[in-house]
Design a protein around this ligand. Structure first.
Ligand SMILES: [Zn+2]
Length: 505
């Protein structure tokens, strides 16, 4: 029914060279491994492969504050001592360390997502993929959870130039807090996050956090417990997303495919296989809406590469063999050298009863929500639109392969020391602990999960509504643009207040 899609894929051969530091669980190298694996599966022949232009400072400050971005631009490992105060203020130093090329890394990640969004805006692709993006924890003026610049918010702002309503779906094991916060007070972006909740980073994502002001009911959070498996995940994901899409009627979808929700993740505690994770991609794809697929977390890097390669194949409607093709990182995939992974025998703490209760509450909220028929004012001018064709690799993909494979050869020495197998690396996780402010760093989730909340506690505790001055930071941007921008008509036709079938039910 859905048929083959036109897929664009964004990758920068430099991304794998950035290095957070020895022992740090976030390894940009995993994106190079993904790229190399999907090349060797031949998937590049079925999609357009781009090396995107990096995001400019101007583009990044469409969401982030100027002083935060200038700080990221100027800070280096060799001048850190001059910036101690700002490092504290912007939460840079521990979980989010200063490393060589930090700002370029942000520019590459964000540049890919912005370029991908533009491609969808111009209707030149049905699906656009950027595994370098998905860094959902970054805030307007603060780094968080290994994320510095929020490529997702920037991409959604780009999509909003041409699409009235954008749906954001987050299947990373962590709450998609940065994106939720940015759009908390607007009804033009609905954010939906499925995540582990209770004694877990970042600590937000309560069932009762549903958005505020105009954005009330346009944030959805599904808090989960340890050990969720493929079957259980699909049973909640599919009906909830079905209802969200039919009610909200998005014009475009952004799917954050964080791979730390996979079984055996170094920082995660879910029990999904590639098939269960990939089912979410299949499911969101079948709505036949412009789809932006992004990366995110994922700390057992051999499985991250497996997952995003598989999901690239899902986007392409292509079957790929379970036997891994030979590739530059073949030895990482031993001892079986297969694509697919098996679930563990861990207990699934998400009982049917617990999930049903949550689902009922979410459905109640969805009854209050409808597709907003905002008056279609001209939004943002496309003045900083880049010419997407400029970024295209003009060489024939088959010719490109040797180079593309070659750029995988420069590898940080440290990757060999703290490859992800590495039980001994856990001791280093202590160094990522934040000062005792009650919040857990992603690297400490397991170590510090002393007293998980009971299911009842999750349901009954009063909601933690911490007023946050940054809530709706991107929404404010939209308001401003609504008042001032007059240069460009939106592509989408006005949609009058759509009657929701659920509202009547
Ligand atoms: Zn995560």
């Amino acid at each position: 029914m859905s048929g083959k899609k036109r897929v664009s894929y964004y990758y920068d051969g430099d991304v794998g060279n950035y290095y957070y530091g020895q022992g740090h669980p976030m390894k940009p190298h995993r994106i190079r491994m993904t790229h190399n694996l999907l090349l060797n599966y031949g998937l590049y022949r079925k999609m357009e492969v781009y090396r995107p232009e990096v995001a400019t400072l101007e583009e990044m400050t469409k969401f982030h504050s100027d002083d935060y971005m200038l700080f990221l631009k100027n800070i280096r490992p060799d001048n850190m001592t001059d910036y101690t105060k700002q490092m504290q203020r912007f939460n840079v130093g521990e979980d989010c360390p200063v490393f060589d090329g930090l700002f370029e890394f942000c520019q590459i990640s964000s540049g890919g997502s912005i370029a991908a969004a533009m491609k969808l805006n111009h209707q030149e692709s049905d699906i656009a993929i950027n595994w370098m993006g998905g860094l959902h924890h970054a805030k307007k003026s603060e780094a968080s959870g290994f994320c510095y610049s929020n490529d997702i918010v920037l991409a959604i702002l780009e999509l909003l130039k041409h699409h009235q309503r954008v749906l954001y779906v987050d299947i990373d094991i962590h709450h998609g807090d940065g994106v939720e916060e940015a759009f908390y007070t607007t009804d033009r972006v609905m954010t939906c996050s499925f995540h582990k909740y209770g004694e877990y980073f970042p600590g937000t994502g309560d069932l009762r956090d549903i958005g505020a002001d105009k954005g009330k009911y346009y944030a959805l959070n599904f808090p989960l417990r340890d050990g969720i498996d493929d079957e259980t995940y699909e049973k909640i994901f599919a009906p909830v997303m079905e209802r969200v899409v039919s009610t909200f009627q998005p014009n475009a979808i952004v799917l954050q495919c964080g791979a730390d929700s996979l079984t055996g993740d170094r920082l995660g505690c879910f029990n999904l296989t590639l098939k269960g994770h990939g089912r979410c991609v299949e499911f969101m794809k079948k709505f036949n809406l412009p789809l932006l697929m992004l990366g995110g977390g994922g700390y057992t890097i051999r499985n991250v590469a497996r997952c995003w390669t598989y999901e690239t194949a899902v986007a392409l409607d292509t079957q790929i063999a379970n036997e891994l093709p030979y590739n530059d990182y073949f030895e990482y995939y031993g001892p079986d050298f297969k694509l697919h992974i098996n679930p563990s025998n861990m207990t699934n703490q998400n009982t049917r009863e617990y999930l049903d209760k949550i689902q009922i509450r979410l459905y109640e909220n969805l009854r209050h929500m409808q597709a907003p028929g905002v008056q279609m004012q001209p939004l943002v001018c496309d003045t900083f639109d880049r010419d997407p064709s400029r970024a295209k690799d003009n060489a024939d993909p088959d010719q490109r392969l040797p180079d593309a494979v070659k750029d995988a050869m420069i590898e940080h020495e440290g990757e060999y020391y703290d490859g992800e197998d590495e039980g001994d690396d856990r001791r280093n996780q202590q160094s990522f602990k934040r000062p005792a402010d009650g919040s857990l760093s992603p690297s400490l989730e397991q170590a510090d999960a002393k007293k998980p909340k009971t299911n009842d506690e999750v349901l009954e505790e009063p909601p933690v509504v911490a007023p946050n001055p940054e809530d709706g930071a991107a929404a404010a941007f939209l308001e401003e643009q609504n008042q001032s921008g007059q240069d460009e008509e939106m592509d989408t036709a006005p949609v009058e207040g759509v009657e929701s079938t659920e509202a009547a039910a």
